[in-house]
Design a protein around this ligand. Sequence first.
Ligand SMILES: Cc1cc2nc3c(=O)[nH]c(=O)nc-3n(C[C@H](O)[C@H](O)[C@H](O)COP(=O)(O)OP(=O)(O)OC[C@H]3O[C@@H](n4cnc5c(N)ncnc54)[C@H](O)[C@@H]3O)c2cc1C
Length: 420
Amino acid sequence: MKSPHLIIIGGGFAGIEMLKQLNGLPIKVTLLDKNNYHTFQPLLYQIASGGLGPDAIAYPLRKIVGRIPNIAFRMAEVKSIDTNQNIVTTDIGDFTYDYLCIATGSVTNFFGNKNLQEFAMELKSIPQALDLRSKILQEFEKAVSQTESGQIEQTLNFVVVGGGPTGVETAGAIAEIKNNVLPSDYSEINKNFMKIHLIEASDRILAAMSEISSEKATEFLKNLGVEVHLKTQVKDFTGTELLLGDGSIIKTETVIWAAGVKGEFPQGIESNSIGRGNRILVDEISKIKGLNNVFALGDVAMMTHEEKYPNGHPMVAPVAVQQANLLVKNLQAIINGKETKAFSYFDKGSMATVGRHRAVFESFGIKMQGIIAWLGWMFLHLMLLVGFRNRLVVFVNWLWNYVSYQRAIRIITRPYKGKN
Ligand SMILES: Cc1cc2nc3c(=O)[nH]c(=O)nc-3n(C[C@H](O)[C@H](O)[C@H](O)COP(=O)(O)OP(=O)(O)OC[C@H]3O[C@@H](n4cnc5c(N)ncnc54)[C@H](O)[C@@H]3O)c2cc1C
C-alpha cells in the first residue's frame, strides 16, 4: 500500500519534534520551511546582546532530516493552502498532500500600531536579533561623538516594552552591557547617561509566575539599574519619542517590542477557523475545525478544550513539543483506523533569567530565585538546545562571558538602517 504523504510547514519546536517521532514510520514526510535552519528562540536575546553568535542557536534542518529515508526537506516559503484540492503553494512550486500540519509559529503583534511596527525593534528571528545587536552597538558609536547631553541621553535610552520573560531577560542583558561593556569599550561615555526602561501594562512583571517570582525579578532588575514602569501603557512611538498612556514621553531611539505575539500562517484558512490572536482554532487532537486532514499546532494553534486554557494554551515551546508528540501518535491512529487521544498539557513550570547569575524558577510547586535558579535555567537551556555542537558552543561562550564579565560578540557585521 502507498504510504500517505504528510507535509509539515515549519521546522520550529513543533515541526522538529514531529520529525523525531516520524523517523522510520510508514509515512512519507516533506518538511517545508522558509529558512534552512531551526531557531532556538529562547536564547535570541543573547544574540541581540552579543553573548552568543547566531550559529549557537540555529540548527540546520537538513542535518536533522539528512539520513532519514522517509523524510525530505524543501526550503520553501508557503504562500497559500488549498484545503479542497490538498495543495500547498510555495515560492518553489506546488506540493500535494494527504495530511497537512501547519506549525508556522507566531510573529510580533503591534496591535495595529503602524508607527511601532515601523520603528520598534523585534525579537522573533535571528535576523531581527542581529539587527538589535547592531542597533545597540551603533547607538554607542553614535553617543561617543555626541556633545550635547540631551542628545546623548536620547541615544542611550533603551526601552523594552513587555514584562514577560522575553522583556525581562532582554532588559537584564542590556543592563549587563551597561555595567560591564560600556565602561571598558566606551570609556569616553559617562555610564550614567545610559538608561534602561522596562515598561509593563499590568501591575507586575512575569505575570504568569507567582507574585514572589515577580517581586524577586523586579528587585534583580532594579539592582542592575533597570527602571521598571508598571501599570504603564505605550501609546505611540515616533522613532525618537515614546508616548506613554499618562501623556509622558521618553526620548529614545531604541524601543524593543516584547509585548505580544500573534499566530502567523499562509492564506487559505477559513476566517471562521481563526480565533483570538490570529491563532487557528483546533480540536483536542490539533485538527483544524471543519477539516479532516489538516492540523495546526504550537504557537499558531488555539486549542481551548480544557477549562484551564479558555484562551488557548500558552505560546511556549513545551506546548508545541507535547502537541507534536501526540499528533504523530494520533496520525498513526487515524491512518490505521484506531482511536485518537485528546491532548492534555503537562506544565513542568516556568523560569526567567535576569542578567548574570540571577533567575527565577518555578516547577511543581518549588520556587527558587537567585544563583541556584540561574544554574537550573542554564542547565535546562543547554539540554533543550538541538545538537551537541550548539550545546558546547553555548556552554563555552557562557563560561567565557561569566569569567570575563564581557559579551564576547560585539561586532557590527550588518549595520542596522531601519526596517525599510
Ligand atoms: C525571544 C523569545 C523568547 C522565548 N523564550 C521562551 C522560553 O524561555 N521558553 C519557552 O518555552 N518558550 C519561549 N519562547 C516561545 C517559543 O519559542 C515558542 O513557543 C515556540 O518557538 C513555538 O514553536 P512552534 O513550532 O509553534 O513555532 P516556531 O518555533 O516559531 O517555528 C515556526 C517555523 O515555521 C517557519 N515558517 C513560518 N511561516 C512559514 C511559511 N509561510 N513557510 C515556511 N515556513 C514558515 C519558521 O521559519 C519557523 O521555522 C520564546 C519566544 C521568543 C520569540
